[in-house]
Design a binder for this molecule. Structure first.
Ligand SMILES: [Zn+2]
Length: 272
């Protein structure tokens, strides 16, 4: 039997040294950053660190944003960016302007003059779009936000504005994969408590690595979020799953796990 290639993928783009990924299925300007193309000099922040307070001067991070936004949107203007201090919640905001919002983990909008921005380093950047009615969302989903159902909230926000969930497309960007995301029993119990035993059992697997050693638990956060998106009505074939594990490619992406926490931050950004 011939295995068919999926037609939809992430594509690597490069402009002025900034390397970022775009999802084929998102028909609006957007990008998932990598480590390449910035001005951060410290080894663990090199070079496109988009996280404030991680060791770079604020001006350095500002310059990295200008470069990233310039590459993706053709204009490196930070004032259009909606950003929030992220707290691993399922709280999302309607973005009617750029600027700093209260604590939360995602945005949605139907306005053309805002860039929705979420920051990640192993956590999942999830972009949603309704190509017909021209609405978008950007979500930051770590395990707590995943368990709290931020993916459901994101779809519900667009549906609340009149979108048909069957029209929504989704892309889950570079993030830690089930290959690397080892978790413990407390994690399993917490996910089971929030989303049910069957959900936890189907997305948290046991494996022994190397073969013959004790079994350990590994969580598939992308699988969890894809399941939640489907539960919210997004068709499976419209969900693009990650094609890169941040912890497997620490030279290309910032990874919290792979670096032991001493690392820069990536961003996903989208605008109508
Ligand atoms: Zn991995």
């Amino acid at each position: 039997m011939q295995i068919q290639d999926r037609a939809t993928h992430f594509r690597e783009k490069e402009k002025n040294g900034v390397v970022y990924l775009q999802a084929d299925n998102i028909p609006f300007p957007h990008g998932f950053s990598t480590r390449a193309g910035g001005v951060s000099r410290a080894e663990h922040l090199f070079s496109l660190n988009l996280g404030y307070g991680r060791g770079d001067e604020a001006g350095t991070v500002d310059e990295n944003y200008r470069r990233f936004l310039g590459a993706v949107f053709g204009k490196g203007d930070l004032s259009f960016c909606a950003m929030a201090p992220q707290v691993h919640s399922a709280r999302i905001f309607y973005a009617d302007r750029g600027g700093l919002y209260p604590e939360g983990d995602g945005f949605y909008t139907d306005r053309p003059d805002v860039i929705l921005t979420v920051k990640v380093a192993d956590c999942l950047p999830i972009l949603l779009a309704d190509p017909e009615k021209k609405r978008i969302a950007a979500l930051h989903a770590g395990w707590r936000g995943t368990a709290a159902g931020i993916a459901l909230k994101g779809v519900a926000a667009l549906v609340g504005m009149g979108s048909d969930p069957e029209s929504i497309v989704a892309a889950i960007g570079p993030s830690i994969g089930v290959c690397c995301y080892e978790v413990d029993d407390a994690f399993y119990q917490a996910v089971a408590h929030e989303r049910g035993e069957a959900f936890a059992a189907s997305h948290i697997v046991r494996r022994a690595e190397p073969a013959g050693s004790a079994e350990r638990l590994y969580a598939d956060l992308a699988g969890m979020n894809a399941a939640l998106l489907r539960q919210a009505g997004v068709p499976a074939e419209k969900i693009l799953l990650p094609e890169h594990c941040t912890a497997c490619e620490p030279e290309r992406f910032f990874s919290h796990r792979a670096s032991g926490g001493r690392r820069g931050t990536m961003a996903a950004a989208i605008s109508l």
